[in-house]
Design a protein around this ligand. Sequence first.
Ligand code: PRP
Ligand code: URA
Ligand code: MG
Length: 225
Amino acid sequence: MTIEDRDDAYLITHALATDTLSRLRDVETEQVAFRKGLVKLGRICGYEIIDGAMETEYVPVETPLAETTGERVKGLDDVVIINVLRAATPFVEGLLKAFPRAKQGVISAGRDEAAGMNEDGEFPITIDYVKLPEIRSADTVIVADPMLATGSTMAAVLDHVLDEADDFEDLFVLSAVSAPAGLLRVSEAVPEADLLTVAIDDRLDDDGFIVPGLGDAGDRAFRTV
Ligand SMILES: O=P(O)(O)OC[C@H]1O[C@H](OP(=O)(O)OP(=O)(O)O)[C@H](O)[C@@H]1O
Ligand SMILES: O=c1cc[nH]c(=O)[nH]1
Ligand SMILES: [Mg+2]
């Protein structure tokens, strides 16, 4: 089965999202522009989630001049955003501009790149820290990580999320760049999640990096190379 055969992966196609991602991909984009680009992309993705997945309701509004009917987004306070440290930090900063009152969770996850991928194309994942808010049935949960490569990190992260939450309105896995293998792994492991991504790239290289991708998102944002 390929990811195209599944119906739980969606592309975010807003022109500003693809524009911003293209700048992030550019090897000449330095740390500050890279970090700001991730913030901007997070904001656009947040707006797209609101536009594509959240309901609105009509409400009476009194303007300074007259009574009228307005339209409000429902459930904006019932949002949980989970930041997968560390590369997701600027991405989440952008998401919070769309969902300023979201409850936030943090999961620190790293893949053991020295160990490399096993024969199934998975990395060993170390989870050092988990702090999640209470997740309620009305909540829209967004687990954000700009890179979904082998899917090993996201699968491990979602195990922790699902330990805390058995009922929610929606569960979104949001990434900027995904590899087909990672999307498929997460889609099969957690069928209740909807996978949102700005791009599905060609493949993984032998080191588990997305090609063409954008390189190591954490290193570029935090200047650790
Ligand atoms: O789909 P996977 O193969 O698991 O790879 C994706 C993960 O790799 C990166 O994190 P990394 O482990 O480099 O940590 P960092 O965020 O601290 O840089 C990225 O931010 C994802 O969390
Ligand atoms: O291509 C990749 C894969 C994992 N993590 C990244 O930051 N980039
Ligand atoms: Mg990570």
